[in-house]
Design a protein around this ligand. Structure first.
Ligand code: BJW
Length: 246
């Protein structure tokens, strides 16, 4: 029985889903919302830390001015994240990876929940909260959730910072190019749980549209992409995604 609030999946999307060969999925904070991860902008609120909007505390400028404050914000979030589990949206996306000849998952999320759901080769556009990077020699190190993080680089002794892409910083070399190449080659593109406001990630669905891919958005709220894509499924990712393959 279909619930009144369930968005209906068009026959066109079902056809596209069963015949697609090259699929691109772009995810944002909303895909992790049902796991308990706060979004940045959804619901009309913006994340704020000690009075600072997230685009101030999560900025290149703040790393230069007050690295300990940035660490406090990221240590707090790592503490929250280590208890959280993937939700049905992460699990569904993970199940899709073996269904298509080519499948690329690109995420803006730094939480590692796609990997926890066993997604492979995830392209992380904005880095990972589970890694640190040396500000001097740029060596990267994983953070094990059970251990305290390094304070200084074991290679050169310089301070370390979260290995995430903050506002005003460049994405890691080659990462966006890899995602853009997959977008330019896909025949079906899903854009899930992102406000589609942050560039260059928000340009990926445009690339897919230009090459003629069918673009489907999944989001309970309208975004700048909603009227441009081929299908907009308004609902929560954990509820909507399982309907597509059903
Ligand atoms: C659900 C749901 C459920 C809720 N199911 N959905 C071109 C034009 C204009 C500006 C720029 C441009 N190019 C570059 C810029 C500057 C800037 C930018 O884009 N600014 C715009 C905001 C105006 N970009 C950058 O600075 C990027 N760097 C760059 O381009 O380098 C070159 C350059 C440098 C300097 C100048 C110019 C060029 C880097 C961007 C890095 C973003 N970093 C952050 C923080 C990461 C660290 C941290 O976590 O603290 O990444 S910002 C934040 O936004 C985070 C996210 O990954 C990112 C995207 O957010 P996302 O995922 O879309 O989340 P929300 O919260 O916005 O939306 C959630 C959505 O989920 C909502 O729509 C809900 O409705 C929905 N939802 N529940 C499904 N259950």
């Amino acid at each position: 029985m279909q619930l009144a609030s369930e968005p209906s999946i068009s026959d066109e999307l079902r056809r596209r889903f069963s015949s697609a060969r090259r699929v691109l999925v772009l995810t944002g904070a909303g895909v992790s919302a049902e796991s308990g991860v706060p979004t940045f902008r959804g619901g009309g609120n913006s994340a704020v830390w000690k009075g600072m909007p997230f685009d101030v505390i999560s900025s290149a400028r703040m790393v230069e001015r007050d690295l300990p404050a940035v660490w406090e914000w990221f240590d707090y979030r790592r503490g929250l994240l280590q208890e959280l589990k993937p939700n049905p949206a992460h699990n569904e996306i993970s199940a899709w990876q073996d269904r298509f000849s080519e499948f690329t998952l690109v995420t803006q999320n730094i939480d590692g929940l796609h990997q926890k759901a066993r997604s492979r080769d995830v392209i992380e556009l904005h880095g990972s909260i589970w890694r640190v990077r040396c500000v001097g020699c740029h060596s990267r190190f994983e953070i094990l959730s059970t251990q305290p993080r390094a304070e200084a680089c074991p290679d050169c002794g310089d301070p370390v910072r979260p290995d995430v892409v903050l506002f005003g910083e460049m994405l890691p070399a080659g990462v966006f190019e890899q995602a853009a190449a997959a977008a330019a080659n896909c025949d079906l593109c899903f854009v899930i749980g992102t406000s589609a406001l942050v560039y260059p990630a928000a340009s990926l669905p445009d690339i897919a549209r230009v090459v003629g891919a069918f673009v489907c958005e999944v989001n309970p709220e309208k975004t700048p992409l909603s009227d441009l894509c081929d299908e907009s499924l308004m609902g929560r990712a954990g509820e909507v995604l399982p309907l597509i393959s059903r």
